[in-house]
Write a protein of this length. Structure first.
Lengths: 351, 204
């Protein structure tokens, strides 16, 4: 549980000090007034990555040289900062050696956002990000394998593009790395999807109020045996001058009653699927790690119809801390409002 | 009114200092100002030391380690070394931490870098040919791949392992055991880690 958040030079906030208490905190405010920024900073404090920024420097306040995020998380003082090019992580004042040792001390996160609909409607990259975000929190070594895989992939593709006649001995050196790291990634994802499937299906039926079975399948573009797959696709890779199978092309197949959800589900069903995937993620994280993830819920209540909203409210895990942004509070009933901590966000601070 | 900056000579000094590894614009200015304020011949001594090491020190044509025109390559000159074993490393500086462990009595081969297509470093840019001739011409029975454990290091190890297995079927090729700092070269590893890495090397 995050008890306090402090920001310095983070996007629109020069300084922010925000005590947090209770199961639910609501951040209300107009668009572009920094509500999402608060959730983003919490995600970065706990996971060292932003759900929306590509680079760390993007979140630095205009004209400043770096940022500081601090939090009091379950009795530990966490700090993540950037100063110039130098980033630093601290737990209880001690500098963490690397990202992995810091992340081992922080908390789990589930991000629920308005653009989660892209999980159903968007391309495979959205679903791969979803799998990667969850898998990095569960499987030690996943994050490193993913980084190494991506670097090896860039090098291999570069070799195909650079030479008219492929230098196979060099390409093979990188193929071996794709097999090594790709196998770690694919096995973790398959394991993750198997764990998500029952929870997601359960949440789908619960929120929609109908018996809608949701199917999740991990589709491996290269099959189970990556070494053989890369070998068999070598000629095609060489012709197309890029690596076209492997975890970077795998996908998560979503089916509702056996039909492809992206094409055949209604918009309402698709919104429910997006919610179900995130709720399942929360449950799987809790089961795998024995700790409650923090739920960062960005501006989704205003978009849901009343039935789904109420179903979601009853479905949100009781034991998890929930930080919720919203433009208006019309959807919330009195009991919910009384039980929640409330802040108004106005672009430079909270009150 | 003209905007005042450092004199041209100082700007040139700063420009050169900025090219040194790990020296940013601010540090370059600080070092330059510090050097100018120094008297008692420090700058002269520094310039001489740089010139001398540039003139005297070359890469050994056999193993790639530092070779001095005064005493030659200390590694190649050392007759006590076991020449049936060669430990292949990226840089000459990687030899020193391995030597400090005292666990390795064989000879070394410094590649001068690692294969990194994204940084435009190809196998031809490295001392791979001379490694092959050393093995072809001698009584080498084991080659230990002591290149780094990051992606480029691993790719270089894979490349060399394949090349040597094809060219020398009887040669034993081993890799330093895992446990080296991920993403770092050998010079980041402490002695105990290196000792264990050498001791637990595995056959490829
Ligand atoms: Zn030598």
């Amino acid at each position: 549980m995050l008890h306090r958040l402090r920001l310095r030079n983070f996007r629109c906030f020069e300084a922010l000090d925000c005590p947090l208490q209770g199961e639910v905190t609501l951040f209300a405010g107009n668009n572009a007034h920094g509500k999402t920024t608060i959730l983003e900073s919490i995600c970065m404090l706990l996971r060292l990555q932003s759900p929306r920024a590509g680079t760390l420097s993007e979140v630095v306040r205009l004209g400043e040289d770096g940022f500081v995020i601090e939090g009091d998380f379950s009795g530990r003082q966490l700090m993540f900062s950037l100063s110039g090019q130098r980033r630093q992580m601290k737990v209880d004042g001690d500098i963490s050696k690397n990202r992995a040792s810091y992340l081992a001390e922080t908390g789990l996160v589930v991000w629920m956002g308005n653009d989660d609909l892209a999980l159903v409607r968007g391309g495979g990259d959205v679903r791969r990000r979803y799998m990667d975000f969850a898998a990095s929190q569960i499987y030690p070594g996943y994050r490193n394998a993913l980084r190494a895989y991506n670097r090896a992939l860039r090098a291999r593709n570069f070799l195909f593009k650079r030479d008219n006649r492929p230098r196979w001995e060099q390409i093979a050196a990188y193929t071996k790395l794709l097999v090594k790291h790709g196998t770690v990634i694919a096995e973790a994802r398959a394991d993750l999807i198997a764990a998500l499937c029952p929870s997601a299906s359960h949440a789908q039926s619960g929120i929609s109020g109908r018996d809608e079975s949701l199917g999740l399948n991990y589709l491996r573009s290269g099959g189970e045996d990556l070494a053989t797959a890369y070998e068999q696709n070598a000629d095609q890779d060489s012709r197309r001058r890029q690596t076209h199978i492997g975890p970077h092309r795998d996908d998560l197949i979503l089916e509702i009653k056996g039909l492809a959800a992206g094409q055949f589900a209604s918009e309402g069903q698709q919104r429910t699927i997006a919610l179900a995937l995130k709720l399942a993620q929360a449950e799987v994280l809790r089961e795998a790690k024995g700790a409650d993830p923090v739920l960062l819920i960005d501006d989704i209540f205003g978009e849901l119809d009343q039935a789904r909203r109420n179903a979601l409210l009853t479905y949100l895990p009781k034991s998890s801390q929930k930080l919720i942004t919203t433009t208006h509070l019309d959807w919330a009933d009195d009991a919910f409002l009384t039980a929640s901590q409330r802040y108004l966000v106005d672009g430079s601070g909270v009150c | 009114m003209a905007r005042i900056d450092f004199p041209e000579e100082v700007k040139l000094l700063i420009a050169h200092l900025k090219r040194l590894p790990g020296v940013g614009p601010k540090s370059a200015e600080r070092i330059a100002v510090w050097l100018i304020a120094r008297d008692g011949g420090f700058s002269d001594d520094l310039a001489k030391a740089i010139m001398l090491s540039g003139e005297v020190i070359k890469d050994c044509r056999i193993c790639g380690f530092f070779e001095s025109s005064v005493i030659g390559c200390e590694l190649c000159a050392d007759l006590q070394r076991d020449t049936t074993m060669i430990c292949v490393v990226e840089q000459p500086t990687d030899v020193l931490p391995l030597e400090r462990t005292g666990a390795f009595k064989g000879s070394y081969h410094c590649l001068g870098g690692r294969i990194a297509p994204l940084d435009d470093i190809a196998p031809e840019d490295l001392r791979i040919d001379s490694l092959v001739s050393r093995i072809a011409g001698g009584c080498v029975s084991e080659v230990i791949l002591g290149v780094g454990s990051d992606v480029e290091g691993e790719a270089t190890a894979n490349y060399l392992a394949e090349l040597l297995a094809t060219g020398f079927p009887d040669l034993t090729v081993t890799r330093l055991a895992q446990g080296l700092p991920a993403g770092g070269g050998l010079d980041n590893a402490d002695e105990l880690t290196l000792y264990r890495a050498l001791d637990g090397r595995r056959r490829l």
